[in-house]
Design a protein around this ligand. Structure first.
Ligand SMILES: [Zn+2]
Length: 431
C-alpha cells in the first residue's frame, strides 16, 4: 500500500537540493559540493516536503492526487531574498544616466534624498500597489521569501507608516519586514546627527512586534560605529534581531560591530577590514553581497574622464571573502538607486561574471545561505524532508544553464508551501 500525498514531482533532469551536511550555510570548500539528484523527485503534502530522492525511490513509496512531470527540467529550491528596499516612491533613472555619462548630476547620497521626498509624497495605496508589482516581479524570478526594509521615510512617523505598509502587503510571497530608520540621517536632522540617532532609539519600542529585524547602516556615508552601537544596544535590549549595512563605501568598522551584536547578517562588505572579516568568519553572522549593485554602480567600468579610476578588482575581493571561511549569501539589494533589479538569477549570473564564482557557489549562496541570512535555514533554502515545499521548475535541464544564460527569465513554475503561484512563467491570478 502506497502512501498518499498531495503532489508528486518526478523525472527532474536535475533535482538541485542545496542540502548541506551542517543543515546551514555552506562555507569554504563546502560551497563547491552541490547536491544534484539525476531523475529526481519530490513528494509534497500539506505544504511540506515529505520526501526527496530519485523518481525510482519515490514512486515505489508514494502516489499522489497531482502528478507533475519535470522531464528535461531542473527543479531547485525557490529563492530566499535576504535584502530589499521594497517600498518606495519615484524612480532614479535620470540620475543614473548622469552617472553613466559622467555628467554633473546628484551623488548617491543626494539621490536617496529624492527617493525620500517621493516616498513621503506617495499615498499608502500608491506605495502598496507599487510594492505588490515588485513582488510579482520577484515571484516570476523564483523568489518566495523576501526581507523588506523601510528606510525612505526617515522620520518616526514616516518610518512607522512604511513599516505598517510593508508588514501588511497583500501578496503570497512571505515578506519579513525590517525597520531601517538608521539608513542615513533624516532630512530634518542634517545638522543634528545626535538628535536623529535619538529619534531612532525613541522609535525602537514601537517597532517591537511589528518588524522581524532592525537594520543599521554603518558606513562613511551613513552612521559611525559609535552611533551604530548606541542604536544596536537599545535594539538588542528590546529583543530585536539585528542586521547591518556595513563598509560599502569605505571601512567604518561596521562588520566587526555586526558580529559583536550577533547580527543575523552583515551586508555589502565592499571595504571590510582584515580584522572585520576574521571576526565574521568566526561567527554565525552571514555576509550578504550584491553583484547587481557592483554592476549597476559601474564598479568594473573605468571612467572616461579619469581612466585610472574605477574597475575594482572584484574577483580578488570576492576570493578573499570566500577564503576567509565566512558564510556568504547573494541578494539583489533591490532598491531604486544602486540596484533596481528584482532577479535573483541575475544576481547569480553577475556573481559568476564579476566575482568569477562557480555555479555551485552561486547556487548555494542564493538558496541555503540566503535562507541562513534570514535565520530561516531550518525551514527554507533547500529541498529536504520536513521543509516548506518552496521550489521552482525551470525551462532548462541543468543548473548551469541558469547561470550561463543571462537576460532571459527561465523560471517556469513556482511553488510556495506546495501551492502553485507561477505557471508557465506567469503569476496566477489571485482573488
Ligand atoms: Zn540596502
Amino acid at each position: 500500500m502506497k502512501q498518499r500525498v498531495h503532489t508528486l514531482v518526478t523525472h527532474a533532469a536535475e533535482l538541485l537540493t542545496a542540502r548541506t551536511p551542517s543543515g546551514t550555510a555552506a562555507r569554504g570548500d563546502e560551497l563547491e559540493r552541490l547536491e544534484l539528484i539525476v531523475d529526481g523527485a519530490l513528494a509534497v503534502d500539506d505544504g511540506r516536503l515529505v520526501a526527496v530522492g530519485t523518481t525510482d525511490e519515490l514512486v515505489r513509496t508514494f502516489d499522489a492526487e497531482v502528478n507533475v512531470d519535470a522531464s528535461d527540467r531542473l527543479v531547485s529550491p525557490s529563492f530566499v531574498e535576504p535584502h530589499t528596499h521594497l517600498v518606495f516612491g519615484g524612480t532614479r533613472h535620470e540620475e543614473w544616466e548622469g552617472k553613466v555619462l559622467e555628467a554633473n548630476r546628484p551623488t548617491i547620497d543626494a539621490g536617496i534624498r529624492s527617493t525620500i521626498r517621493a516616498t513621503r509624497d506617495a499615498s499608502d495605496a500608491e506605495l502598496t500597489a507599487r510594492a505588490v508589482r515588485h513582488l510579482d516581479d520577484m515571484l516570476r524570478h523564483g523568489i518566495t521569501t523576501v526581507e523588506a526594509k523601510t528606510g525612505y521615510g526617515l522620520s518616526r512617523e514616516q518610518e512607522l507608516r512604511l513599516l505598517e505598509i510593508t508588514r501588511t502587503l497583500p501578496h503570497p510571497i512571505d515578506v519579513h519586514a525590517t525597520y531601517l530608520g538608521a539608513h542615513t540621517v533624516g532630512p530634518e536632522h542634517l545638522d543634528d546627527r545626535a538628535g536623529y540617532v535619538q529619534e531612532v532609539i525613541d522609535t525602537l519600542p514601537d517597532v517591537v512586534g511589528r518588524a522581524a529585524f532592525c537594520d543599521i547602516a554603518v558606513d562613511p556615508v551613513s552612521f559611525t560605529a559609535e552611533e551604530g552601537r548606541r542604536m544596536a544596544d537599545v535594539a538588542r535590549r528590546l529583543g530585536l534581531a539585528l542586521r547591518f549595512h556595513a563598509d560599502q563605501t569605505g571601512d567604518a568598522d561596521g562588520t566587526a560591530l555586526a558580529v559583536e551584536f550577533d547580527a543575523v547578517s552583515v551586508d555589502h562588505l565592499d571595504h571590510v577590514s582584515d580584522a572585520g572579516l576574521r571576526a565574521l568568519a568566526d561567527s554565525a553572522t552571514v555576509g550578504v553581497v550584491f553583484p547587481g549593485a557592483n554592476f549597476h554602480l559601474l564598479d568594473m567600468t573605468p571612467s572616461r574622464l579619469h581612466p585610472d579610476r574605477g574597475a575594482r578588482d572584484l574577483p580578488r575581493w570576492a576570493e578573499r571573502l570566500v577564503a576567509s571561511g565566512a558564510a556568504l549569501a547573494l541578494s539583489t539589494d533591490f532598491n531604486p538607486g544602486t540596484a533596481p533589479s528584482t532577479s535573483m538569477p541575475m544576481a547569480m549570473q553577475l556573481a559568476a561574471r564579476l566575482y568569477r564564482w562557480s555555479f555551485a557557489r552561486v547556487w548555494h549562496m542564493a538558496t541555503i545561505n540566503a535562507a541562513a541570512a534570514m535565520r530561516l535555514e531550518h525551514d527554507r533554502g533547500s529541498l529536504a524532508a520536513g521543509k516548506s515545499a518552496d521550489f521552482v521548475v525551470w525551462d532548462a535541464a541543468s543548473h548551469g544553464e541558469i547561470v550561463h544564460r543571462f537576460g532571459s527569465n527561465l523560471v517556469r513554475d513556482v511553488y510556495r508551501g506546495g501551492q502553485l503561484l507561477v505557471a508557465g512563467g506567469s503569476v496566477l491570478a489571485r482573488s
